[in-house]
Design a protein around this ligand. Structure first.
Ligand code: KG4
Ligand code: ZN
Length: 339
């Protein structure tokens, strides 16, 4: 076909994701996760994640190749998340990607995890409009990006100054005795709750606050205090109402700032990615507010919002297409890789 077959490696957190993409066509997306091993710790334990990546790596690559109906020899380029993320976890992916690239004699592209969360949308909705505004919300990051050119110019307009949005979901779930990761159960509980039951604070939304930065730690604390106060007074906590009110506070701030970023920069395309983009209320409110503001909204399907290998292959494919110079063979991992 002439389009490059790109093999993508994602190991920045707890998912071992291996994806295969040809051009903008998703061929396979194999995933192994160590989530269950972290559950009892209430968060991802780096050492456990690294070891799990090591064990899952080769079988997951084989599964991705088999699912796509190709062999390793068909691969034209290798892409890997080189940061940001957990150093030990990233290193497993980078080492594996380098080994495959070297053995296959194909170019290697180290990519930024955040840019890959944006690129994955192209597999479902076609070429990204440029410029676009991108909002990435997950357990490890919450950022608003201006994307003039996905292959070489992505600028961060703002980010969280404390907890990531997904982290807030995870911590509030803990307070409510819901399982980890907390996003899905809160999303579910909230369906039966009243989002206006409790007025939780909206962080960094004052006139003098940074327009595109987020703060979720005050919200998390406010929820914990509220639940404690109810329990002290012997009032049963209505979990669906707390979940819905907390979720509403997060979604309100996220969507308001994303739409504002579009307006301020004269951009009429917004893409939302990262694990929290799977949230049903976020998807609904973002759609309402974008419709009202004349902004075209793109959100990948839930499966592609969370970490996976296809997103890395998608960005790699973009870099191959743009003729970007491949990474050096001594590519390293950078836990705080800037965009
Ligand atoms: O992108 P991701 O898979 O991994 C990171 O890079 O962090 O995101 C995981 C995060 C977790 O904090 C999880 O609670 C959150 O995404 N999440 C959700 C939902 N599904 C996953 N948050 C809110 N609503 C959801 N439906
Ligand atoms: Zn992520």
């Amino acid at each position: 076909t002439g389009q490059a077959l790109v093999l993508g490696f994602e190991t920045s957190c707890d998912e071992t994701g291996i994806g295969l993409v040809r051009g903008r066509t998703l061929l396979s997306d194999a995933l192994a996760t160590s989530m269950a091993e972290h559950e009892r710790f209430g968060g991802v334990v780096p050492e456990i994640a690294s070891r799990a990546h090591l064990e899952a790596m080769v079988p997951t690559v084989h599964r991705a190749l088999a699912d796509a109906g190709v062999t390793a020899g068909d691969v034209d380029a290798v892409a890997v998340t080189s940061g940001p993320g957990l150093t030990g976890a990233l290193l497993v992916g980078v080492a594996a990607a380098k080994a495959y690239a070297l053995a296959l004699g194909v170019p290697l592209y180290g990519v930024n995890h955040l840019a890959a969360h944006v690129a994955v949308d192209e597999l479902e909705h076609g070429r990204l409009a440029e410029p676009s505004i991108a909002m990435l919300v997950s357990g490890g990051h919450s950022s608003i990006l201006l994307v003039p050119d996905l292959s070489q110019d992505v600028q961060e307009l703002g980010r969280t100054i404390d907890d990531a949005a997904g982290e807030a979901f995870d911590k509030v779930a803990r307070v409510l005795d819901l399982p980890f990761p907390g996003g899905p159960p809160i999303d579910r509980e909230a369906l039966a709750g009243d989002p206006r039951a409790i007025a939780f604070p909206r962080g960094l939304t004052g006139p003098r606050d940074a327009a595109y930065d987020f703060s979720f730690s005050g919200l998390k604390t406010a929820v914990a205090r509220w639940v404690e106060a109810q329990q002290r007074d012997g009032v049963p906590v209505r979990v669906p109402d707390v979940a819905a009110s907390f979720q509403e506070a997060v979604v309100d701030v996220l969507t308001a700032k994303a739409v504002r970023a579009c307006r301020d920069h004269g951009v009429d395309h917004l893409v939302i990615g990262g694990g929290v983009a799977a949230n049903s209320r976020l998807r609904a409110v973002a759609q309402e507010r974008c419709d009202a503001a004349g902004i075209v909204l793109r959100v990948p399907s839930r499966r592609l919002c969370t970490d996976n290998g296809a997103m890395v292959a998608a960005l790699g494919s973009r870099l191959v297409e743009a003729g970007v110079t491949p990474s050096d063979p001594d590519l390293g991992a950078d836990s705080s890789l800037p965009i």
